[in-house]
Design a protein around this ligand. Structure first.
Ligand SMILES: NC(=O)c1ccc[n+]([C@@H]2O[C@H](COP(=O)([O-])OP(=O)(O)OC[C@H]3O[C@@H](n4cnc5c(N)ncnc54)[C@H](OP(=O)(O)O)[C@@H]3O)[C@@H](O)[C@H]2O)c1
Length: 260
């Protein structure tokens, strides 16, 4: 039987205090990795830290919107002596709403938190990955890079930018044993989904339960994903088992996305 074994690897997981990121940190730890968890809320990070199996894990409370802080804080994690070979770029999705109503600031914030943060993190970690001849950069984005999602104007725009950034980077670093891939979650049972259901409930004047049932109807599996199901996919991509998968957009959406 093949096992996902990440022992000996050091992983930096962003957005690790909740949802998909927290579950990814737990899955990586179960697979033997030493994990550094990043998010803004130190209290939430500490709670997730306590739930991790194994040892050698740490937290880094920082706002991914602040690229200068990212670089400063990373220095504190002994990057040079203990390089990270796995990077999960992940943060909360931009605010929902139609594109015609979106303000310039939302685009700037989304660009910083997603594109510039990813670039800053990757630039800091790539030298260590190259030295180890092993690297996995996995970006959690959205199925909107295949088919734009209504009422997620800013998100659709920013995710497209991240997907193009990732594909370009994959072309540049593949020869060093480093892969860059995107995971595209479908509806996944996290706080983000609750927020989106709430927004739709207000927009369409229906209860959150009615919205949830309608959305489940769009999915061939007729249910939302558990965050663990997404985390297991991310762990596979992070492992040596996925060595020849590079530069792809992988939906984990129960088949909802209506494109090939
Ligand atoms: N859940 C879904 O159905 C779904 C579907 C498609 C795409 N996605 C996307 O997949 C990603 C993960 O989703 P999720 O549902 O796990 O999201 P979530 O439950 O909202 O968790 C987001 C995580 O990112 C952290 N975060 C947010 N803004 C940050 C910032 N500026 N700096 C540092 N950390 C930040 C949050 O912690 P703090 O608040 O403490 O910083 C939290 O740990 C998101 O981009 C989401 O839009 C989710």
């Amino acid at each position: 039987m093949l096992n996902i074994d990440l022992s000996g690897y050091r992983a930096l997981v962003c957005g690790a205090s909740k949802g998909i990121g927290a579950e990814t940190a737990r899955t990586f730890a179960q697979a033997g990795a030493r994990v550094t968890l990043v998010a803004r809320s130190e209290a939430d990070l500490k709670e997730v830290l306590q739930s991790l199996s194994g040892d050698g894990h740490q937290i880094l409370a920082l706002d991914l919107n602040d690229t200068q802080k990212i670089a400063e804080q990373l220095e504190k994690t002994d990057l040079k002596n203990h390089p990270y070979t796995i990077l999960v770029c992940n943060a909360g999705g931009p605010k929902a709403g139609p594109l015609v109503e979106a303000e310039a600031q939302s685009f700037l914030d989304g660009f910083k938190t997603h594109v510039l943060a990813n670039q800053t993190l990757a630039q800091a970690l790539l030298p260590g990955m190259k030295a180890k001849k092993y690297g996995r950069i996995i970006n959690i984005i959205s199925t909107s890079v295949k088919i734009p999602i209504p009422n997620l104007g800013v998100s659709n725009t920013i995710r497209g930018a991240v997907a193009n950034w990732a594909k370009t980077l994959a072309n540049e670093v593949g020869e060093f044993g480093i892969t860059v891939n995107n995971v595209l979650p479908g509806f996944t049972e996290t706080e983000r989904l609750e927020t989106l259901i709430q927004a739709a409930s207000e927009r369409f004047n229906q209860t959150p339960e009615q919205i949830a049932e309608t959305w489940k109807g769009y999915i061939p599996t007729k249910r939302f994903a558990k965050p663990q199901e997404t985390a297991q996919t991310i762990a596979f991509l992070a492992s040596p088992l996925a060595s020849y998968i590079n530069g792809i957009n992988l939906p984990v959406d129960g088949g909802r996305t209506g494109s090939l």
